[in-house]
Design a protein around this ligand. Sequence first.
Ligand code: ZN
Length: 203
Amino acid sequence: MKIICIGRNYLDHIREMNNEVPEYPVFFMKGENALYYKDLPFFLPDFSTNIHYELELVIRICKVGKNIEEKFADSYFDAITVGLDLTARDIQKECMQKGEPWEKAKSFDFSAPLGKFIPINASGYPESIQFSLEKNGEIVQSGDSKNMVFGFKKIIAHVSKYNTLKTGDLIYTGTPAGVGPINRGDKLLAKIGDQELLSLDVK
Ligand code: ZN
C-alpha cells in the first residue's frame, strides 16, 4: 500500500507557510514504514529538533482505479479518519533550500500516525466534516472539509492520473492552519466531531 499526502489544501495553512495557492492538488508520498496505528507511544527521532504535527482527514481507498473521473470518485473510498502527517520541519527546510526531495523530512518511520476508521457512505457523506487536534488538552488545530481547496473527488481524479490507486491506499488530504512542534511528554488527541479517533503520547 501507499500513503499519498496532499500539500497546500487549506488557505489558512497556505498563508501561515507563505506558499502560493496551487492550481492542482500538490502531492507527495510516504512509505508503508510511516504507518503507526497501534496505541503505542511515539518516540521522537534523534535526527531532528523540530518535529511538527499536521492534522489531516484521511480517506481509505476501497478498489483499484486509474484515470478515475471526478463524478465516479466517491465510490473509490469507503472510510475516513484523522491522521498526523508528522514532519521534520528543520530537515524539510534544508531539503527545500537545496532543492532536494522531501522523504527524509516526511517519510521517516512512524511519521503517519493513523486514527480508527469510520465507514463513509459514498452516496451521501456530509459536505462539512469537522476535525480537531488537542495538544495537552488545548485545541491547536481545527478544520472543516468544506474549506479544502481541492475536495476528495478532485484529489482522487488528479492523483489517479499518475498513480493507480489500490485497495488499502491512504490519502492524507492536507492540514489546516495551526501546525506546530511536538515535544517529549506531549499528549495529542485527534477527533472528527466529538469522536476521539487518535491519541499519541510523545516520548
Ligand atoms: Zn501534510
